[in-house]
Design a protein around this ligand. Structure first.
Ligand SMILES: Nc1ncnc2c1ncn2[C@@H]1O[C@H](COP(=O)(O)OP(=O)(O)O)[C@@H](O)[C@H]1O
Ligand SMILES: [Mg+2]
Length: 349
Protein backbone atom coordinates (compact mmCIF):
# COMPACT_ATOMS: atom_id res chain seq x y z
CA UNK A 1 0.00 0.00 0.00
CA UNK A 2 1.21 3.51 -0.73
CA UNK A 3 2.52 5.96 1.84
CA UNK A 4 0.14 8.75 2.80
CA UNK A 5 2.48 10.66 5.12
CA UNK A 6 6.25 10.72 5.08
CA UNK A 7 8.49 12.61 7.45
CA UNK A 8 11.90 13.04 5.87
CA UNK A 9 14.81 13.93 8.09
CA UNK A 10 12.71 16.23 10.27
CA UNK A 11 14.68 18.27 12.76
CA UNK A 12 12.93 20.38 15.39
CA UNK A 13 14.56 22.22 18.24
CA UNK A 14 13.10 24.71 20.69
CA UNK A 15 15.47 27.18 22.36
CA UNK A 16 18.47 25.14 21.26
CA UNK A 17 17.05 21.93 22.72
CA UNK A 18 16.69 19.13 20.17
CA UNK A 19 13.11 17.78 20.22
CA UNK A 20 13.03 15.71 17.00
CA UNK A 21 16.41 14.50 15.88
CA UNK A 22 16.49 13.85 12.12
CA UNK A 23 13.26 11.95 12.34
CA UNK A 24 12.16 9.65 9.49
CA UNK A 25 8.82 7.94 9.34
CA UNK A 26 6.58 6.61 6.58
CA UNK A 27 2.91 5.98 7.26
CA UNK A 28 0.77 3.90 4.94
CA UNK A 29 -2.69 4.80 3.76
CA UNK A 30 -5.46 3.46 6.04
CA UNK A 31 -2.95 2.42 8.67
CA UNK A 32 -3.53 2.78 12.41
CA UNK A 33 -0.15 3.99 13.63
CA UNK A 34 0.66 4.78 17.22
CA UNK A 35 3.48 6.96 18.47
CA UNK A 36 4.39 5.58 21.87
CA UNK A 37 6.88 6.95 24.35
CA UNK A 38 7.33 8.64 27.69
CA UNK A 39 6.14 12.15 28.33
CA UNK A 40 8.37 14.74 26.67
CA UNK A 41 9.81 12.42 24.00
CA UNK A 42 8.36 14.48 21.12
CA UNK A 43 5.09 12.75 20.25
CA UNK A 44 2.95 15.89 20.23
CA UNK A 45 5.65 17.76 18.31
CA UNK A 46 5.57 15.02 15.66
CA UNK A 47 1.78 15.38 15.28
CA UNK A 48 2.03 19.18 15.19
CA UNK A 49 4.66 18.91 12.47
CA UNK A 50 2.33 16.74 10.39
CA UNK A 51 -0.60 19.10 11.05
CA UNK A 52 1.45 22.16 10.11
CA UNK A 53 1.49 23.86 13.51
CA UNK A 54 5.23 23.35 13.96
CA UNK A 55 7.72 24.41 11.29
CA UNK A 56 10.75 22.12 11.45
CA UNK A 57 14.18 23.74 10.99
CA UNK A 58 15.11 20.94 8.62
CA UNK A 59 13.38 18.19 6.70
CA UNK A 60 10.23 17.75 4.68
CA UNK A 61 6.68 16.51 5.23
CA UNK A 62 5.17 14.63 2.30
CA UNK A 63 1.47 13.95 1.78
CA UNK A 64 0.75 11.34 -0.89
CA UNK A 65 4.25 11.96 -2.19
CA UNK A 66 3.84 15.76 -2.46
CA UNK A 67 5.92 18.11 -0.34
CA UNK A 68 3.49 19.97 1.95
CA UNK A 69 6.14 21.50 4.22
CA UNK A 70 5.12 25.00 3.17
CA UNK A 71 1.37 24.36 3.10
CA UNK A 72 -0.50 26.15 5.92
CA UNK A 73 -2.26 23.96 8.51
CA UNK A 74 -5.81 24.69 7.32
CA UNK A 75 -5.01 23.52 3.79
CA UNK A 76 -3.71 20.11 4.88
CA UNK A 77 -6.12 17.16 4.61
CA UNK A 78 -5.48 16.37 8.23
CA UNK A 79 -7.50 16.99 11.40
CA UNK A 80 -6.62 16.64 15.06
CA UNK A 81 -8.45 15.36 18.13
CA UNK A 82 -6.92 16.56 21.38
CA UNK A 83 -7.00 15.11 24.86
CA UNK A 84 -8.87 18.19 26.03
CA UNK A 85 -11.72 18.18 23.63
CA UNK A 86 -11.76 21.91 22.90
CA UNK A 87 -15.50 21.94 22.17
CA UNK A 88 -17.42 25.20 22.06
CA UNK A 89 -19.29 25.22 25.37
CA UNK A 90 -21.97 27.66 24.19
CA UNK A 91 -22.88 25.55 21.13
CA UNK A 92 -25.01 22.42 21.11
CA UNK A 93 -23.78 19.09 19.75
CA UNK A 94 -25.05 19.77 16.23
CA UNK A 95 -23.35 23.16 15.96
CA UNK A 96 -20.09 21.83 17.37
CA UNK A 97 -19.97 19.14 14.69
CA UNK A 98 -21.16 21.49 11.95
CA UNK A 99 -18.54 24.11 12.76
CA UNK A 100 -15.89 23.13 10.20
CA UNK A 101 -18.47 22.82 7.43
CA UNK A 102 -19.88 26.28 8.17
CA UNK A 103 -16.39 27.75 7.95
CA UNK A 104 -15.97 26.21 4.51
CA UNK A 105 -19.42 27.54 3.52
CA UNK A 106 -20.93 24.14 2.85
CA UNK A 107 -24.62 24.29 1.81
CA UNK A 108 -27.10 23.74 4.65
CA UNK A 109 -28.54 20.43 3.32
CA UNK A 110 -25.07 19.00 2.96
CA UNK A 111 -24.23 20.09 6.52
CA UNK A 112 -27.35 18.39 7.83
CA UNK A 113 -26.56 15.17 5.99
CA UNK A 114 -22.93 15.09 7.13
CA UNK A 115 -23.73 15.89 10.78
CA UNK A 116 -26.36 13.09 10.81
CA UNK A 117 -23.82 10.64 9.40
CA UNK A 118 -21.27 11.67 11.99
CA UNK A 119 -23.75 11.38 14.87
CA UNK A 120 -24.56 7.85 13.73
CA UNK A 121 -20.87 7.02 13.36
CA UNK A 122 -20.06 8.02 16.95
CA UNK A 123 -23.31 6.59 18.40
CA UNK A 124 -24.82 9.93 19.41
CA UNK A 125 -28.02 9.86 17.37
CA UNK A 126 -30.65 12.04 19.03
CA UNK A 127 -28.09 14.22 20.85
CA UNK A 128 -28.21 17.10 18.31
CA UNK A 129 -29.79 19.66 20.61
CA UNK A 130 -27.92 18.75 23.76
CA UNK A 131 -25.61 21.30 25.24
CA UNK A 132 -22.08 19.89 25.14
CA UNK A 133 -21.39 20.82 28.75
CA UNK A 134 -24.26 18.53 29.83
CA UNK A 135 -22.51 15.49 28.28
CA UNK A 136 -20.22 13.00 30.00
CA UNK A 137 -16.49 13.00 29.22
CA UNK A 138 -16.87 10.04 26.89
CA UNK A 139 -19.75 11.68 25.01
CA UNK A 140 -17.83 14.94 24.68
CA UNK A 141 -14.92 13.03 23.21
CA UNK A 142 -17.30 11.44 20.68
CA UNK A 143 -18.44 14.91 19.65
CA UNK A 144 -14.81 15.97 19.27
CA UNK A 145 -14.15 12.94 17.04
CA UNK A 146 -17.27 13.62 14.96
CA UNK A 147 -16.23 17.24 14.55
CA UNK A 148 -12.75 16.25 13.40
CA UNK A 149 -14.11 13.73 10.88
CA UNK A 150 -16.98 15.76 9.44
CA UNK A 151 -15.01 17.29 6.59
CA UNK A 152 -13.54 13.97 5.51
CA UNK A 153 -9.86 14.35 6.37
CA UNK A 154 -7.64 11.65 4.90
CA UNK A 155 -5.62 11.52 8.09
CA UNK A 156 -6.84 11.91 11.65
CA UNK A 157 -4.28 12.83 14.30
CA UNK A 158 -5.26 11.85 17.83
CA UNK A 159 -3.20 13.25 20.70
CA UNK A 160 -3.85 11.14 23.79
CA UNK A 161 -7.59 11.42 23.08
CA UNK A 162 -8.63 9.05 25.88
CA UNK A 163 -6.25 10.40 28.48
CA UNK A 164 -8.96 12.16 30.47
CA UNK A 165 -11.31 9.16 30.65
CA UNK A 166 -11.42 6.54 33.38
CA UNK A 167 -10.10 3.07 32.66
CA UNK A 168 -13.38 1.34 31.83
CA UNK A 169 -14.52 4.10 29.50
CA UNK A 170 -11.08 4.12 27.85
CA UNK A 171 -11.38 0.43 26.99
CA UNK A 172 -14.79 0.98 25.43
CA UNK A 173 -13.61 4.00 23.47
CA UNK A 174 -10.54 2.13 22.22
CA UNK A 175 -12.84 -0.36 20.51
CA UNK A 176 -15.05 2.46 19.23
CA UNK A 177 -12.08 4.28 17.73
CA UNK A 178 -10.87 1.16 15.97
CA UNK A 179 -14.34 0.57 14.55
CA UNK A 180 -14.56 4.19 13.38
CA UNK A 181 -11.14 4.00 11.74
CA UNK A 182 -12.04 0.79 9.88
CA UNK A 183 -15.48 2.13 8.91
CA UNK A 184 -14.13 5.46 7.60
CA UNK A 185 -11.20 3.73 5.90
CA UNK A 186 -8.77 6.53 6.77
CA UNK A 187 -5.36 6.78 8.40
CA UNK A 188 -5.18 7.31 12.15
CA UNK A 189 -1.99 8.58 13.76
CA UNK A 190 -2.50 8.07 17.45
CA UNK A 191 -0.38 9.28 20.33
CA UNK A 192 -0.25 7.63 23.72
CA UNK A 193 2.17 6.96 26.54
CA UNK A 194 0.18 3.85 27.46
CA UNK A 195 1.84 0.73 26.08
CA UNK A 196 -1.20 -1.48 26.48
CA UNK A 197 -3.31 0.98 24.51
CA UNK A 198 -0.68 1.04 21.77
CA UNK A 199 -0.47 -2.74 21.58
CA UNK A 200 -4.24 -3.30 21.46
CA UNK A 201 -5.12 -0.69 18.87
CA UNK A 202 -2.33 -0.36 16.34
CA UNK A 203 -1.30 -1.87 13.05
CA UNK A 204 2.10 -0.30 13.62
CA UNK A 205 3.74 1.04 16.76
CA UNK A 206 6.52 3.63 16.69
CA UNK A 207 8.43 3.64 19.97
CA UNK A 208 10.12 6.97 20.70
CA UNK A 209 12.57 8.26 23.27
CA UNK A 210 14.22 11.70 23.40
CA UNK A 211 13.11 12.64 19.89
CA UNK A 212 14.52 9.46 18.37
CA UNK A 213 12.70 6.44 17.01
CA UNK A 214 13.71 3.35 18.93
CA UNK A 215 11.72 0.79 16.97
CA UNK A 216 8.94 0.55 14.39
CA UNK A 217 6.93 -2.62 14.08
CA UNK A 218 3.70 -4.50 14.59
CA UNK A 219 2.60 -4.86 18.22
CA UNK A 220 3.79 -8.49 18.09
CA UNK A 221 7.24 -7.48 16.78
CA UNK A 222 7.67 -4.82 19.38
CA UNK A 223 6.58 -7.05 22.21
CA UNK A 224 8.34 -10.22 21.15
CA UNK A 225 11.46 -8.77 19.57
CA UNK A 226 12.26 -5.50 21.32
CA UNK A 227 15.14 -3.77 19.57
CA UNK A 228 16.82 -2.60 22.76
CA UNK A 229 16.43 -2.61 26.55
CA UNK A 230 14.51 0.68 26.52
CA UNK A 231 11.82 -0.80 24.25
CA UNK A 232 11.76 -4.03 26.23
CA UNK A 233 11.25 -2.18 29.45
CA UNK A 234 8.78 0.36 28.14
CA UNK A 235 6.59 -2.14 26.29
CA UNK A 236 6.13 -4.64 29.01
CA UNK A 237 7.64 -5.67 32.21
CA UNK A 238 11.03 -7.24 31.78
CA UNK A 239 13.99 -8.76 33.51
CA UNK A 240 17.01 -7.19 31.84
CA UNK A 241 20.55 -8.51 32.32
CA UNK A 242 23.99 -7.76 31.05
CA UNK A 243 25.20 -11.01 29.51
CA UNK A 244 27.73 -12.56 27.20
CA UNK A 245 27.07 -14.31 23.92
CA UNK A 246 29.49 -17.21 24.19
CA UNK A 247 28.87 -18.38 20.62
CA UNK A 248 25.87 -18.82 18.36
CA UNK A 249 22.93 -20.29 20.29
CA UNK A 250 24.63 -20.08 23.69
CA UNK A 251 24.44 -17.12 26.06
CA UNK A 252 25.65 -16.61 29.60
CA UNK A 253 23.95 -14.45 32.19
CA UNK A 254 23.62 -14.60 35.94
CA UNK A 255 26.60 -16.98 35.91
CA UNK A 256 24.77 -19.68 33.97
CA UNK A 257 24.95 -20.72 30.33
CA UNK A 258 21.62 -20.91 28.54
CA UNK A 259 20.86 -22.35 25.10
CA UNK A 260 19.12 -19.68 23.02
CA UNK A 261 17.82 -19.25 19.47
CA UNK A 262 19.98 -16.27 18.45
CA UNK A 263 23.05 -16.28 16.28
CA UNK A 264 25.31 -13.83 14.50
CA UNK A 265 26.46 -11.74 17.47
CA UNK A 266 30.00 -13.22 17.38
CA UNK A 267 31.86 -15.02 20.17
CA UNK A 268 32.33 -13.75 23.71
CA UNK A 269 30.45 -10.55 22.93
CA UNK A 270 28.70 -8.49 25.60
CA UNK A 271 24.92 -8.39 25.02
CA UNK A 272 21.76 -7.42 26.82
CA UNK A 273 19.35 -10.19 27.66
CA UNK A 274 15.62 -9.71 28.23
CA UNK A 275 13.29 -12.25 29.80
CA UNK A 276 9.61 -11.43 30.25
CA UNK A 277 8.10 -12.14 33.68
CA UNK A 278 5.46 -14.42 32.16
CA UNK A 279 8.09 -16.50 30.33
CA UNK A 280 9.74 -17.89 33.45
CA UNK A 281 8.48 -21.23 34.64
CA UNK A 282 8.59 -21.99 38.34
CA UNK A 283 9.89 -25.44 39.34
CA UNK A 284 10.63 -27.07 42.64
CA UNK A 285 14.09 -26.07 43.89
CA UNK A 286 15.71 -29.44 43.21
CA UNK A 287 14.54 -29.47 39.57
CA UNK A 288 16.56 -26.57 38.17
CA UNK A 289 19.94 -24.87 38.10
CA UNK A 290 18.79 -21.32 38.52
CA UNK A 291 17.46 -21.05 42.07
CA UNK A 292 16.07 -18.29 44.20
CA UNK A 293 13.95 -17.39 47.17
CA UNK A 294 10.50 -15.83 46.85
CA UNK A 295 10.53 -12.42 48.51
CA UNK A 296 7.05 -11.06 47.79
CA UNK A 297 3.85 -12.32 46.21
CA UNK A 298 1.15 -10.00 44.86
CA UNK A 299 -2.15 -11.13 43.34
CA UNK A 300 -2.70 -9.22 40.08
CA UNK A 301 -6.08 -10.52 38.98
CA UNK A 302 -5.04 -12.97 36.27
CA UNK A 303 -1.69 -14.00 37.71
CA UNK A 304 0.54 -13.70 40.74
CA UNK A 305 3.54 -11.43 40.61
CA UNK A 306 6.46 -12.82 42.55
CA UNK A 307 9.78 -11.14 43.23
CA UNK A 308 12.43 -13.83 43.51
CA UNK A 309 15.97 -13.22 44.75
CA UNK A 310 18.75 -15.28 43.17
CA UNK A 311 22.48 -14.88 43.87
CA UNK A 312 22.78 -11.72 41.83
CA UNK A 313 19.37 -10.57 40.73
CA UNK A 314 15.84 -9.80 41.83
CA UNK A 315 13.57 -11.49 39.30
CA UNK A 316 10.03 -10.53 38.46
CA UNK A 317 7.90 -13.57 37.63
CA UNK A 318 4.27 -13.75 36.57
CA UNK A 319 2.62 -17.10 37.10
CA UNK A 320 -0.75 -18.62 37.84
CA UNK A 321 1.05 -20.87 40.34
CA UNK A 322 1.34 -19.20 43.71
CA UNK A 323 4.33 -19.70 45.99
CA UNK A 324 4.83 -18.28 49.46
CA UNK A 325 7.41 -15.71 50.54
CA UNK A 326 10.45 -17.60 51.79
CA UNK A 327 9.89 -20.57 49.42
CA UNK A 328 12.96 -21.79 47.57
CA UNK A 329 12.23 -22.33 43.88
CA UNK A 330 14.01 -23.01 40.61
CA UNK A 331 13.37 -21.02 37.44
CA UNK A 332 13.24 -22.47 33.94
CA UNK A 333 13.54 -20.38 30.79
CA UNK A 334 13.26 -22.11 27.43
CA UNK A 335 15.53 -20.88 24.59
CA UNK A 336 12.69 -19.16 22.68
CA UNK A 337 11.98 -16.88 25.65
CA UNK A 338 15.51 -15.53 25.94
CA UNK A 339 15.70 -12.30 23.93
CA UNK A 340 19.18 -11.10 23.05
CA UNK A 341 20.04 -7.59 21.97
CA UNK A 342 23.13 -5.75 20.96
CA UNK A 343 24.68 -4.04 23.95
CA UNK A 344 23.61 -0.44 24.38
CA UNK A 345 25.96 2.17 25.70
CA UNK A 346 24.99 3.07 29.22
CA UNK A 347 23.10 -0.08 30.15
CA UNK A 348 23.43 -0.77 33.83
CA UNK A 349 24.33 -4.33 34.79
N1 LIG B 1 6.46 25.37 21.73
C1 LIG B 1 7.45 24.86 22.50
N2 LIG B 1 8.44 25.63 22.96
C2 LIG B 1 9.46 25.11 23.71
N3 LIG B 1 9.54 23.82 24.04
C3 LIG B 1 8.57 22.99 23.62
C4 LIG B 1 7.46 23.46 22.83
N4 LIG B 1 6.67 22.40 22.55
C5 LIG B 1 7.25 21.33 23.14
N5 LIG B 1 8.37 21.68 23.78
C6 LIG B 1 9.27 20.75 24.50
O1 LIG B 1 9.56 19.69 23.62
C7 LIG B 1 9.66 18.46 24.31
C8 LIG B 1 8.76 17.44 23.67
O2 LIG B 1 7.43 17.84 23.85
P1 LIG B 1 6.19 17.04 23.27
O3 LIG B 1 6.35 16.88 21.81
O4 LIG B 1 4.98 17.76 23.75
O5 LIG B 1 6.35 15.63 23.99
P2 LIG B 1 5.27 14.49 24.27
O6 LIG B 1 4.02 14.79 23.50
O7 LIG B 1 5.95 13.23 23.83
O8 LIG B 1 5.05 14.49 25.75
C9 LIG B 1 9.34 18.78 25.76
O9 LIG B 1 10.54 18.88 26.46
C10 LIG B 1 8.62 20.10 25.68
O10 LIG B 1 8.83 20.82 26.87
MG1 LIG C 1 2.11 15.21 24.18
Amino acid sequence: MKNIIELKDIHVSFDGEVILDHFNLAIKDKEFVTLLGPSGCGKTTTLRTIAGFVQPQEGRVLFEGQDISKLPAHKRQVNTVFQRYALFPHYNVYENIAFGLRISKTPEEEIEKRVKEMLALVNLKGYEKRNVSSLSGGQQQRVAIARALVNNPKVLLLDEPLGALDLKLRKGMQNELLRIQRQMGITFIYVTHDQEEALTMSDTVVVMKDGLIQQIGTPEDIYNEPANPFVADFIGESNIFGGKMIRDYLVEFEGIEFPCVDAGFGENVAVDVVVRPEDIEILDAQDGMLCGTVETVTFKGVHYEMMVRSDRFLWKIHSIKCREPGDKIAMKIIPEYIHIMKKEAGTVN
